[in-house]
Design a protein around this ligand. Structure first.
Ligand code: FES
Length: 373
């Protein structure tokens, strides 16, 4: 191992954990809660976020470290005005973190919370008159709450439409807040609830929010040409299906923003492989992280660069280890890697050399990654 300390501060805020106190826990539905953290003034700069980003929470549960990302669900203006950050957590079957957050965590508890990350964002344009349309299902509403409320608050001439799929009324997260948003922004926010297990007066809104229903909603209510920015968030099938439909309709990929909450693409997430650390390296990876450079020998190219990095740099950021959350993103500055899967990075980010360390394997003998770039 070579470990060289280099001068110079990171070029941007690097992901790091801080202890934050829980200010409030609100039950949203039987199976979801919103958790509000107090952000101390001395950490306010580090927790500045773009609407659509998420926080990773780290906890030791059942004797094992667990990390999970939760999207911020409030507007940027509200977060700044109140000195808080609010995320929502829907209970996931057998999900240790979501069960703990739903059943155990209470005001006054102190949690380890990573600074905000994520590329499911769209830069605000205060003078623009844009139409923002979100297609979301279930807990996929969480980042959309932040995206749409921020857009409506920061762009007074813009409007927003939410096509929101749920099973029934009682499972709709943020139902009251969405109704409030309609009242606060008369004529600028249009909410379409589509329920799969509860009949509604309008047949178009009863059933699954699938491709066929989206096509009918576009034809009746939301002409595709009227939309400037699209936000897709929810299960894999909804997001990929809606994205394919929009591409067929000629929507520019740069205006389709997406985030997948559950990957069920038929592939198994790769398991961590066991390596012989004493074996001669098949490749060498140099990482720059938080202004410090570390050279990491990799006994096997089958191991992910993240797993190899964590042996020597346990401070390397990660959360899902599944190619979804983007927490492990870094810039490839030398060499070549291959990624197993990528459900996080936009095409232009990949073109710019951004990779997901948890999915990357060296192709060349020498690879350099910069987490700070
Ligand atoms: S840790 Fe989530 S994409 Fe790599």
């Amino acid at each position: 191992m070579t470990d060289l300390t280099t001068a110079g501060a990171p070029a941007r805020h690097r992901a790091r954990f801080h202890d934050l106190t829980v200010a409030d826990v609100e039950r949203l539905t039987d199976e979801s809660v919103a958790i509000t953290f107090t952000v101390p003034p001395d950490l306010a700069d580090e927790y500045v976020f773009e609407p659509g980003q998420h926080l990773t929470i780290r906890a030791v549960l059942g004797g094992e470290e667990v990390r999970q990302s939760y999207s911020i669900c409030q507007s940027r203006a509200t977060a700044t005005a109140t000195g808080t950050l609010r995320v929502a957590a829907a209970r996931v079957p057998e999900g240790r973190m979501s069960t703990w957050l739903n059943d155990v965590v209470a005001p006054g508890d102190v949690l380890e919370v990573m600074t905000p990350l994520g590329s499911f964002t769209c830069a605000a344009a205060p003078d623009a008159a844009r139409h923002h349309v979100a297609i979301a299902a279930g807990s996929g509403i969480t980042p959309v709450m932040s995206l749409l409320t921020s857009a409506l608050e920061e762009e007074p001439r813009s409007r927003a439409t939410l096509l929101f799929g749920n099973r029934k009324t009682s499972t709709i997260m943020f139902l009251e807040e969405l109704e409030d948003l309609k009242n606060r922004c008369p004529g600028r926010f249009h909410l379409v609830n589509v329920l799969s297990r509860e009949a509604q007066d309008v047949e178009l809104f009863s059933g699954r929010l699938d491709r066929e229903r989206l096509e009918r909603i576009f034809a009746a209510l939301v002409p595709v040409a009227s939309v400037d920015e699209w936000y897709l968030c929810g299960p894999f099938g909804l997001v990929t299906g809606a994205e394919a439909l929009l591409q067929e309709r000629g929507v520019d990929q740069h205006h389709i923003h997406h985030e997948i909450f559950h990957v069920d693409d038929g592939t198994e997430p790769k398991r961590k492989i066991v390596v012989d650390e004493a074996a001669p390296p098949e490749a060498t990876v140099t990482v720059n992280l938080d202004g410090r450079t570390t050279v990491i020998p990799m006994p096997s190219r089958e191991e992910s660069i993240l797993d190899a990095t964590l042996r020597l740099r346990p401070d390397a950021p990660y959360s899902c280890t599944n190619g979804v959350c983007g927490t492990c993103r870094a810039r490839l500055v030398a060499g070549q890697v291959r990624m197993d899967r990528n459900y996080s990075l936009e095409p232009e980010e990949v073109e710019a050399g951004i990779v997901l360390a948890c999915q990357s394997h060296p192709v060349t003998d020498e690879v350099s990654l910069d987490y700070d770039a």
